[in-house]
Design a protein around this ligand. Sequence first.
Ligand code: PMP
Length: 428
Amino acid sequence: MTETLMQRRERLLGPNMSVFYEEPVHLVRGQGVKLWDADGREYLDCYNNVPHVGHCHPRVVEAICQQAGTLNTHTRYLHEGILDYVEALTATFDDPFDTALLCCTGSEANDVALRMAQALTGKTGVIATDHTYHGNTTAVHQLSQTNPPPGGYWDSVAFVPAPDSYRPLGGVPGMAHAQAFADAVAAQIAVLEARGCGFSSLILCPYFANEGFPDLPQGWLDPVQEVVRKAGGVIIADEVQPGFGRVGTHFWGHQKIGLKPDIVTMGKPMANGHPVAAVVAPRDTMQAFRSRFRYFNTFGGNPVSCAAAMATLQVLKDENLQENARDVGAYAREGLRELATRHECIGDVRGAGLFFGAEMVLDRQTKEPATAFVKKLSNGMRQKGVLLNFLGIHYNVLKIRPPMPFSRANADQLIETLDSVLAETPLA
Ligand code: PMP
């Protein structure tokens, strides 16, 4: 069955479509944190941040069905749905974030944010880290060094080394590392100015999720924030991964690290799987953008999307899922630390809330990345019914990011399975 589907994918969708695991999983059903394949086999989902409040949450499903059976149209007609939702969404922000633009994907949101930054500054230069991902539009794809654009990079794009708490830049930890990051940004601002594009924005995930979620304290981004402000640029916080309570202690990743961004983007978990994304900004920023561009997005902010997003937000609050992320995340990391006392390959355990993992090394002294090993681990976990993945600068960090109703019992299953797969998998 799986092989036939693989062949049909290749024939109908073209070659080189990425697929998880050596033996791909053919999923047919999901509920909460569980998934089932076509043979009826159950999996524990430790990876999926899109079904934020759990796969097929009945309240989200009901909200979508209700609205789809009543009316679905676009934002050129008046409707309360988008207004009620933006009111509820912006209430989760600190001042002065009080307006939002709705679209369909994180890529679109970041694309709009770049243009917003251009509208505000009159400049085009953008700085990103060298191991990030901000999406797949032509402009946003320019910000990826891990999957370079076919036509090469525009002059308006510059990169700085991604933060790494396990192997800090120049070998210096803590705030010296933060200063080194700020200095790297300052140097790239000078490069953009010398190229004539000027500096408009620094875009970053405040949790540095794709970079391997380094352990960075509150205030770590203060030095870079000062550099950006001094240069007249703006900061775009891409909250596609850490947003909506996932980090446990805070609703947004930028709040956790103490960053005060100018523009915030979000997507993935926002409507539990329905394609909804947003750019949230202070009113004057939104005004600078809207008075220069007549932005319209056919699907963005439609009543069905807003009903799905509103139900997701309400479930998140009613079921105390941010608190759950804090509690279960801390419990699961304790479990990983206990495993590290018995498994030498675990070099570092880190993360926050329900977004955490372990960095695997061949040798704790040299910290040599165990990249091939992590791939084997993730395939081994899949064989035992636990879905997770890996990422990071060296692709050697286990990425554990389950739906938010993940329980302590689920964490026990994850840790026990990992213990047995670690014991069975040869390091070299
Ligand atoms: N920003 C970040 C940080 C992401 O991780 C992703 C997707 N993984 C995106 C943006 C793009 O989102 P989308 O796939 O919804 O376009």
